[in-house]
Structure formats: structure tokens, C-alpha cells
Design a protein around this ligand. Structure first.
Ligand SMILES: NC(=O)c1ccc[n+]([C@@H]2O[C@H](COP(=O)([O-])OP(=O)(O)OC[C@H]3O[C@@H](n4cnc5c(N)ncnc54)[C@H](O)[C@@H]3O)[C@@H](O)[C@H]2O)c1
Ligand SMILES: [Zn+2]
Length: 272
């Protein structure tokens, strides 16, 4: 009945699916989220977005429905495959790049400890990453502008996932390559220093993440196809792509005036 409480115990897929069920069952019941992947702990469980995929696109069907409580226990990560840990780290590094330079420095300093799941630093980094995302969501829950900055690396990443039918790479891996594309584009537009691009990419690589299309064996994808798919993404408002770029590590800027040929050039540069 309407008084039921739904508990979502699992990764982001379980969280999104359960949250969507909770949002729609009897026009909404309460739910509690217990995320058990690093990605779900630092990203999917914060912000109240729930969604399911549709053959025509990722997250096309969904609702905003905040859980009453989110319980995070980093001990659940002990059974999580390393590949999944890396995919969670991507979102944490993303938070660092767009808004939190100290967090980025902390990950640089403690990358080994993080990959070894050492509780103290891991808990610290998870908590800080949640605070960062929560701050953004609190100030822009329905994604007017600020929240869209969380899509850094995702405009490119989602297109890669769509083009490969979500089969050839993990979300986090696509986003990691997308972060390289976004940073490269930022450099090409004269926004970001080359050293900062390298610093971001070195960290991604250090924790074992791909940065080029070739790293995912996706360099056969044409830049034009990728750009076309980016335009199909539901987040492309009107006829201009909303691109999330960085002018310096720890800062973010939204641009809707970037010419297509600049985007194509950045993609080409990130092929290998
Ligand atoms: N709602 C949001 O704001 C938001 C944000 C980011 C991502 N997402 C969504 O989250 C999903 C990705 O989440 P994910 O990376 O957690 O994927 P997932 O839920 O598929 O989990 C990854 C794998 O790990 C397994 N698993 C989960 N917990 C485990 C544990 N403790 N030990 C061992 N194995 C475990 C799962 O069974 C699964 O096979 C995507 O569908 C994405 O769209 C949603
Ligand atoms: Zn993501």
C-alpha cells in the first residue's frame, strides 16, 4: 500500500530501477537506498534522479524522487570487482575536476590506498564526493544549469555508450574517455592549460582508466557519428550542444557556442 517502504540494496541499476518503481507505484512511496557499488555511493544515490533505459536512449524514462535515507557502508565494496571500483573513481575524479581541487589532490596522493580500499581514506573521499554532488543538487535539483555541470565528460561518454548499445564499455570507462575529450576541447578553445589536461589524464590512467577511444577499441567510430549521437542526446537543448568544459582544474564552464568542427577536432585528437 501507500505506506510501504522500498529498500534498494545494490548498485546504480538497482537504485535507479527501485527508485523509479517507488516514484511511480501509487504515485510515489517512500524508499531508502543502500548503494553497494562505488559509483552508486558517490553518484547514483545522491540527487534523487531515477530512470530506466529505452531502446531509443539512456535514461529516457524516469522521475525525480528523493530517497528518505541513503546508507553507505564502504565495506560492501570489498567484493566489488576492480573494474567497477575504477568506474566509481571516475565520478569522484570528475567532481574534483569540475569543483573540488583539494579532492583531486587527495585522490592523486592516495590513489594506491583508494584502489586497495583502505577504509579511512576511502570513507573520506566518498563522503567528500557526496557532499560535492549534494551541494550541486541542493542548489539546482531539476537541472536548470548548475546540475548540468555534473555531465562533464558525459555528453561524449553517453554518445559512446549509445553507439555501442551499452555493450562494449562500462559507463565509467566511456565517461573517462569523455573527460579527456572535454578537457582536450577546453585546451583547443584556449580555456585550459595543456598541463592541466595532462594532470587530469595522468590521474585517470594511474587508476587504470581508459582515456582514448583506442583504449576501448572504439577508435573505429567516426568523429562525425559520435557528434551526431551527441546531438540526439536528450540533454542537447534546442539546436546547440550544451558542453561542459573546464577552464582550470576545480572549475567548470558551460558553453553552447562551440562550433561543430572544434568538437570534431577534439574527438579526433582523443582517438589514440
Ligand atoms: N540516478 C543517477 O543519478 C545516476 C547517476 C549515475 C549513474 N546512474 C546509473 O547507475 C547505473 C550504473 O551503476 P553501477 O555502476 O552501480 O552498476 P550496477 O548496478 O550494474 O552494478 C555493477 C555490477 O556490480 C554488481 N554489484 C553491486 N554491488 C556489488 C558488491 N558490493 N559486490 C560485488 N558485486 C556487486 C552488480 O550486480 C553489477 O553486476 C547505470 O544504469 C547508470 O545509468 C544513475
Ligand atoms: Zn556518470
Amino acid at each position: 500500500d501507500r505506506q510501504s517502504l522500498l529498500v534498494a540494496l545494490g548498485g546504480g541499476v538497482i537504485g535507479d530501477l527501485s527508485g523509479f518503481a517507488a516514484a511511480t507505484f501509487m504515485r510515489g512511496i517512500n524508499w531508502v537506498q543502500v548503494p553497494t557499488t562505488l559509483l552508486a555511493q558517490v553518484d547514483a544515490s545522491v540527487g534523487g534522479k531515477t530512470a530506466i533505459n529505452h531502446p531509443k536512449g539512456k535514461n529516457l524514462i524516469g522521475a525525480f524522487h528523493q530517497p528518505k535515507l541513503v546508507v553507505i557502508d564502504s565495506n560492501t565494496l570489498k567484493t566489488l570487482p576492480l573494474r567497477e571500483i575504477r568506474c566509481g573513481l571516475v565520478e569522484i575524479i570528475k567532481h574534483g575536476v569540475i569543483m573540488d581541487l583539494p579532492l583531486l589532490e587527495q585522490i592523486e596522493q592516495y590513489q594506491t590506498e583508494l584502489l586497495n580500499l583502505e577504509t579511512e581514506v576511502l570513507t573520506d573521499v566518498i563522503a567528500q564526493s557526496c557532499r560535492d554532488k549534494a551541494w550541486v543538487v541542493k542548489n539546482d535539483e531539476k537541472e536548470a544549469d548548475l546540475r548540468s555541470t555534473l555531465n562533464y565528460g558525459h555528453t561524449f561518454g553517453h554518445a559512446l555508450e549509445t553507439l555501442t548499445d551499452y555493450h562494449q564499455c562500462q559507463h565509467g570507462e566511456a565517461v573517462s574517455v569523455g573527460m579527456n575529450c572535454a578537457a582536450q576541447l577546453s585546451v583547443n578553445l584556449g580555456l585550459l592549460d595543456q598541463q592541466d589536461l595532462q594532470r587530469q589524464n595522468q590521474l585517470l590512467q594511474a587508476v587504470g582508466l581508459p582515456i582514448c577511444l583506442a583504449d576501448l577499441q572504439l577508435d573505429g567510430i567516426s568523429a562525425t557519428d559520435l557528434l551526431r549521437t551527441m546531438y540526439l542526446d536528450k540533454k542537447a537543448s534546442s539546436d546547440r550542444l550544451k558542453l561542459i568544459l573546464t577552464p582550470a582544474l576545480g572549475q567548470v564552464v558551460i558553453r553552447q557556442d562551440v562550433p561543430d568542427d572544434e568538437i570534431l577536432k577534439a574527438i579526433e585528437m582523443c582517438k589514440s
